[in-house]
Design a protein around this ligand. Structure first.
Ligand code: HEM
Length: 215
């Protein structure tokens, strides 16, 4: 039987391709969008990580979610530095969530408060993605909009406390395989992971509508 980390990856593979090839992501990675689109996207991430990390401290002692809560993953401070760079010192006053982002963050918060297994699904979907494809986005963003390498504007993608991302991901998959959940709960976690991907894709769709290409 496949390990849980393999199961969760293969179960979300199709949706991963969908997120990766969404119009907004394709345009972003294709260098076809202005820095304002990137800033708007970064703002949306702020709401998601605020929801993920506000509940993290309380979950640190939870038997299911606790092992996943690692301070070296926390992204909110990095996002805030990026937003200050992208939007200026008044970034907080104009920060606002798209309805799709609101739905995503609400679901993350709900899981953080009531269902540790669901929180693990959201945790996996974001942080393992950021450690993987996030690096491709960073590289592209640096080249397209001229951010300093690993500097302000792309700090979200730079995990300063993780020297070896490949090793960290291996360790993370071991945590998934050992997650304190029975078969049924594992199935529910996989289903929540799919939901997490769908929530992400909905945000991309909304961003795509906000930043259509004229060409
Ligand atoms: C253009 C956008 C994206 C690109 C280019 C991309 C690329 C990648 C690549 C190359 C990997 C494999 C890393 C490895 O095997 O170690 C990966 C893994 C992953 N990505 Fe993405 N990705 C993108 C978007 C996303 C999005 C939007 C999400 C979800 C929010 C996501 C979630 C994940 C997850 C959870 C993994 C880990 C899979 C596993 O090994 O269990 N990715 N991504």
């Amino acid at each position: 039987m496949d390990s849980f980390s393999t199961l969760i990856r293969t179960a979300s593979q199709e949706q991963h391709v969908e997120a990766e090839t969404s119009t907004f992501m394709s345009d972003l990675l294709g260098g076809r969008l202005g820095v304002d689109a990137y800033a708007r996207y970064t703002e949306q991430l702020w709401f998601v990580y605020e929801a993920l990390e506000a509940g993290a401290e309380r979950l640190a002692s939870d038997p299911v979610a606790g092992p996943f809560v690692r301070p070296e993953l926390f992204r909110l401070a990095a996002l805030e530095r990026d937003l200050e760079h992208l939007r200026g010192p008044g970034w907080r006053a104009t920060l606002n969530a798209l309805p799709a982002t609101r739905r995503y963050a609400d679901r993350v918060r709900e899981c953080a408060e009531r269902w540790p297994g669901g929180y693990v699904a959201h945790h996996y979907t974001r942080y393992l993605g950021d450690l993987s494809g996030g690096q491709i986005i960073r590289d592209k963003a640096e080249k397209t909009w001229g951010f300093e390498r690993k500097g302000d504007g792309v700090r979200f993608y730079v995990f300063e406390g993780i020297a070896n991302p490949a090793a960290f991901k291996r360790g993370y998959r071991e945590l998934l395989d050992a997650v304190n959940a029975d078969e049924l709960e594992r199935q529910r976690i996989v289903a929540e992971c799919k939901r997490a991907f769908a929530l992400n894709t909905a945000v991309f769709r909304a961003l795509g509508e906000e930043f259509p290409l004229s060409a």
